[in-house]
Design a protein around this ligand. Structure first.
Ligand SMILES: NC(=O)c1ccc[n+]([C@@H]2O[C@H](COP(=O)([O-])OP(=O)(O)OC[C@H]3O[C@@H](n4cnc5c(N)ncnc54)[C@H](OP(=O)(O)O)[C@@H]3O)[C@@H](O)[C@H]2O)c1
Length: 276
């Protein structure tokens, strides 16, 4: 990345220990001083916060010039979490909040997408802080165990040929790092859609795995029975709505803005597998 950092202050990543946050913290290594803002502290220097109450947020963000907010997956009330982050960011004097949204946020049939649309609106209108939105499509790494050959079966509850613009998480993290490091002076007011370079179904994705295989379609009820036992009722309802939407429409997104942020073509699934 050739971009010059904005001056002064740490960068904070909220959700730093999760799948997305881990990739972003790696992409930021060597570019800035980074605060891992987490729920459960695991390493020296981790800042523990509770997004459900806001406890610890102001301390965790004080002295930071930029904050990247990654909400827990399919949370029942993501706008309430973002509001706490924004209140704390303003109180702590943070210049720039980057929000990890999703492609197609305004999709009323998918409640967790719609919550992200509400979050984007809150960012636009909150005041007191400058902002940027990143809208990734589905990560190819959601199928990581298939791609790297560590499993030889896959069951999904939607059309195996519904098209997705699977995006490499490392590319999303690289783009996010650039936005966070360059800061509000370059990226305030921007919304970047981050899709991968192709639109393919899960069947085609599986054909490109290290050990190519045939996925199986199951019903949403079977999926809930086999894979969702530990999830809350709310999360199951949200995911069922998502699967129903995927089945009928797929989930495609443009890659031009990601290409611009990376300064190169985003990785396709085959390239991602070759790099494993
Ligand atoms: N997967 C995709 O394809 C995709 C695509 C686009 C957008 N997204 C979005 O990406 C976001 C993150 O997904 P992910 O899979 O990276 O999430 P994840 O791995 O589940 O990580 C979420 C993090 O949230 C933290 N957390 C949970 N409850 C908390 C609380 N009360 N206070 C503070 N932190 C708390 C956890 O911290 P601890 O580990 O410290 O407990 C966890 O590390 C979601 O909003 C999702 O919608 C995902």
């Amino acid at each position: 990345m050739a971009s010059a950092p904005a001056s002064g202050g740490d960068l904070a990543v909220i959700g730093a220990a999760g799948k997305t946050g881990t990739a972003l913290v790696s992409a930021l290594a060597g570019r800035s001083s980074v605060r891992r803002v987490v729920h459960t502290a695991r390493r020296t220097g981790d800042r523990a916060v509770d997004l459900e109450t806001g406890a610890g947020l102001i301390d965790a963000l004080s002295g930071c010039r930029g904050v990247y907010f990654i909400a827990p997956n399919v949370h029942p009330d993501e706008p309430a979490l973002l509001r706490r982050v924004l209140v704390a960011a303003v109180e702590a004097g943070v210049e720039h909040v980057v929000y990890h949204s999703v492609a197609w946020p305004y999709t009323p049939e998918m409640p967790h997408h719609l919550d992200k649309a509400r979050c984007e609106d809150m960012l636009h209108t909150f005041g007191g802080v400058r902002w940027t939105v990143l809208q990734p499509c589905a990560y190819a790494e959601n199928f990581g165990a298939v791609l790297d050959g560590s499993v030889d079966t896959l069951e999904v509850p939607y059309d195996l040929d519904a098209p997705f613009s699977f995006v490499a998480l490392a590319d999303v993290a690289e783009a996010a790092a650039r936005v966070l490091v360059e800061g509000a002076a370059v990226h305030h007011g921007a919304t970047y859609e981050l899709g991968g370079p192709e639109a393919i179904g899960v069947r085609q994705l599986c054909e490109q795995a290290l050990r190519p295989m045939n996925p199986t379609r199951i019903s949403v009820a079977e999926w809930e029975d086999r894979y969702a036992q530990s999830l809350s009722g709310d999360a199951r309802t949200r995911l069922a709505a998502m699967f129903d939407f995927y089945d009928r429409h797929g989930f495609v997104a443009g890659s031009a803005q990601l290409r611009g942020l990376l300064g190169r073509a985003p990785l396709g699934v085959a390239e991602l597998v070759r790099a494993m």
